[in-house]
Design a protein around this ligand. Structure first.
Ligand code: CDP
Ligand code: CDP
Length: 202
């Protein structure tokens, strides 16, 4: 039996953290779909054509620590506007969503385009300032050099591109439960997410 949980929202809202915890709670598999776009973005930075990169993506491409950099995130957001890139990644995501045993997918267009029939949909957000501060702390923790202002500008630029594109723009599905984590601890956000999924299961 399949059960799909779609978790969308802007950069550093807490989607990944919540998705992992929700997946662990329900014993479901988890797919961070941002990694697909980051892996394509990383290949494009190496000179590969974006559509070719998306069509030839393999699982090993996702196991790459370098995908977490701000440069790769920007490259991901730039190639994510290309319809053929998105189309090349659809089947894999839909099959993952409908795997037996349940699945959590997080991204930008899961509840709207990839899995509009998901049994539970969440849209996780937070103010740009809070999200930038969280991402800044993460980057510093990994030894990257960036100012808070640079990270805030990066987050705002990606948000605008992701929400403004013609293909699968970032937008909350009409039937998504909104969770604003601006002043929530991780524990409180996870509890709210689990409660929303439980409500959808009834
Ligand atoms: O996946 P997404 O980019 O939406 O965000 P994330 O990687 O889950 O979270 C970004 C950072 O914010 C991580 O370091 C989380 O630990 C932190 N976070 C937080 O401080 N409070 C929350 N309620 C959620 C996440
Ligand atoms: O972790 P963070 O939220 O910063 O980024 P991510 O989820 O890894 O996504 C990186 C970029 O990939 C986003 O800025 C989007 O442009 C793109 N993306 C997308 O278009 N659709 C998705 N389902 C997931 C990511």
């Amino acid at each position: 039996m399949s059960f799909a949980i779609a978790i969308d929202g802007p950069a550093a809202a807490g989607k990944g953290t919540i998705s992992k915890a929700v997946a662990a709670h329900f014993g479901f598999a988890h797919l961070d779909t941002g990694l697909l776009y980051r892996a394509v973005g990383a290949k494009v930075l190496d000179g590969v054509d974006p559509i070719e990169a998306a069509r030839s993506l393999v699982a090993e491409d996702l196991e790459n620590d370098a995908l977490r950099t701000a440069d790769v995130a920007q490259a991901a957001s730039r190639i994510a506007v290309i319809g053929e890139v998105r189309a090349a990644l659809v089947d894999f995501q839909r099959a993952f969503a409908r795997r037996a045993g349940g699945a959590v997918l997080d991204g930008r267009d899961i509840g709207t385009v990839i899995c509009p029939d998901a049994e539970a949909k969440l849209f996780v957000t937070a103010s740009a300032e809070v999200r930038a501060a969280r991402r800044h702390a993460e980057l510093l923790g990994r030894g990257a050099e960036a100012t808070l202002q640079e990270v805030l500008a990066d987050v705002k630029e990606r948000d605008a591109r992701d929400a403004g594109r013609a293909e699968a723009p970032m937008v909350a599905a009409v039937d998504a439960v909104l969770i604003d984590t601006s002043s929530m601890s991780i524990e409180a956000a996870v509890t709210a997410a689990i409660a929303a999924v439980e409500a959808a299961r009834k």
